[in-house]
Design a protein around this ligand. Structure first.
Ligand SMILES: Cc1cc2nc3c(=O)[nH]c(=O)nc-3n(C[C@H](O)[C@H](O)[C@H](O)COP(=O)(O)OP(=O)(O)OC[C@H]3O[C@@H](n4cnc5c(N)ncnc54)[C@H](O)[C@@H]3O)c2cc1C
Length: 403
């Protein structure tokens, strides 16, 4: 059995950030990754400016192979059924278009941690002063003993299920899928990530250029039909935007997403010596941007472990105090009061709205409302309103709602 200070599950961006902190503090850190590295990761790869700064400051300049073509993104364009378009540039200039297969591998290597790929986390036993981690590699069972374990294993986290077996049944699940098309004619600007606030298309509809092809993506409540949903969006793009694409290539992909916890401040940060971070913990910014909060929450998780070991304090107590700053940043992005009176995002939505005529503003707000109504069945309205009010009154989002 391997005896280490920290085991991190998932060779993700959150893991790389956490490992950077624990390795720099001299803690022996092993990262377990179920896939062979470099591994594929479904993602649009549009890194927010804050995420970009984190990578630069912690891991250095990005090598060319960590980027797709176009290599950068200027901002986001919102589209509405009323046919108004709102292009919004990111603050401080363009951001990289990450090729997750290579960017994540680069970051985890730069963290300095020892990485065991093709090694699947299978379960754990928290013994109080250490954690036994059960894993499998090539059909063989392996055990690790660690002082702390970090679950950085993404939305369908097995570490979350090991600690809170019922949690995944308590949250709604979505499916997001994307298909890749050769382009015949595409008037959508390749400089922007395009997002549709259109209830008739789905809960999450996007398109952007990548490596000479056009991505058409759809997100919806799990259980619906990907092919049909995609067909509706493809047709809409053709009819309303003049986007002419060849039939989708064979390499389409999709996955389950735990969208929701950051909207209602229902994060899951772990128990005892097991800490959860990144999307496993529920971090997801507006329009599904999850890399910057994965990086920042990951770093905080690593710092909390270093701090807990240094001061010999219970790690959960320290972690929850430290992670509150990232909770504020992430949940602020969904907070209607913050959106109306502050600038919680990394592009200026209020400014773009003010550039429209009064009539267009009215149409956009009406369309946004109709889009929000699509999410009515999840009964998030009251919880979002309560969190929105608690934020200015308490200066924070209440920790009592976290698991
Ligand atoms: C279609 C799509 C488009 C997106 N576009 C963007 C975007 O443009 N910008 C953005 O910022 N975000 C985007 N996101 C979100 C972003 O990809 C995630 O929020 C982010 O990758 C979460 O990072 P993470 O570090 O928490 O975990 P992940 O990146 O999910 O990584 C988890 C890792 O854990 C490994 N793992 C899982 N289970 C086990 C196990 N049992 N044992 C060992 N290893 C395991 C996985 O193989 C994986 O390597 C998108 C997501 C999707 C699905």
């Amino acid at each position: 059995m391997r005896n280490v200070d920290v085991v991190i599950v998932g060779a993700s961006l959150a893991a790389a950030a956490a490992a950077k902190r624990t390795v720099d503090a001299g803690l022996e850190t092993v990262v377990l990754e179920r896939k062979e590295l470099p591994r594929h990761k479904i993602c649009s790869g549009i890194l927010s400016p804050r995420g970009h700064r984190f990578l630069l400051e912690n891991f250095g300049p990005l090598p060319r192979e960590t980027l797709h073509e176009p290599t950068s993104c200027r901002g986001v364009t919102f589209h509405f059924p009323c046919r108004v378009e709102m292009p919004m540039d990111f603050f401080h200039g363009t951001t990289p278009h990450l090729h997750r297969k290579y960017s994540d591998h680069w970051a985890i290597q730069r963290s300095g941690a020892e990485v065991h790929d093709q090694t699947s986390f299978a379960g754990l036993d928290d013994k109080g002063d250490h954690v036994l981690v059960h894993a499998r590699r090539g059909g063989e069972a392996i055990e690790y003993r660690a002082r702390q374990v970090i679950g950085a294993d993404g939305p369908s986290s097995l570490v979350v299920r090991s600690v809170y077996p019922d949690y995944t049944k308590q949250i709604p699940w979505f499916f997001v899928g994307q298909k890749f098309h050769e382009i015949i004619d595409c008037p959508l600007s390749a400089d922007y990530f395009h997002f549709w606030f259109h209830p008739g298309l789905g809960h999450y509809t996007w398109s952007h250029a990548r490596d000479g092809r056009q991505i058409v993506g759809v997100g919806f409540k799990r259980g619906d039909n990907f092919a049909k949903k995609h067909q509706v969006v493809e047709q809409y793009l053709r009819d309303k935007h003049g986007v002419h694409l060849k039939p989708a290539d064979d390499d389409h992909e999709g996955c389950a997403e735990n969208f929701g916890p950051s909207l209602i401040n229902r994060y899951v940060f772990g128990k005892g010596n097991v800490l959860l971070t990144g999307q496993a913990a529920g971090f997801l910014n507006m329009i599904g941007e999850g890399m910057s909060c994965a990086l920042h929450s990951g770093a905080i998780t690593g710092e909390a472990i270093v701090e807990a070991q240094r001061r010999n304090r219970p790690v959960q107590e320290i972690y929850r105090r430290m992670i509150a700053s990232e909770v504020r940043r992430c949940s602020d992005q969904w907070n209607p009061l913050k959106i109306a009176f502050d600038r919680p995002h990394e592009a200026d939505f209020p400014e773009a709205l003010m550039k429209l005529s009064w009539r267009e503003r009215g149409l956009v707000l009406r369309d946004m409302w109709n889009f929000i109504v699509l999410f009515k069945e999840f009964k998030w309205g009251r919880q979002i309103a309560a969190a929105a009010l608690q934020r200015p009154l308490l200066g924070a989002y209440p920790m009592q709602k976290w698991l």
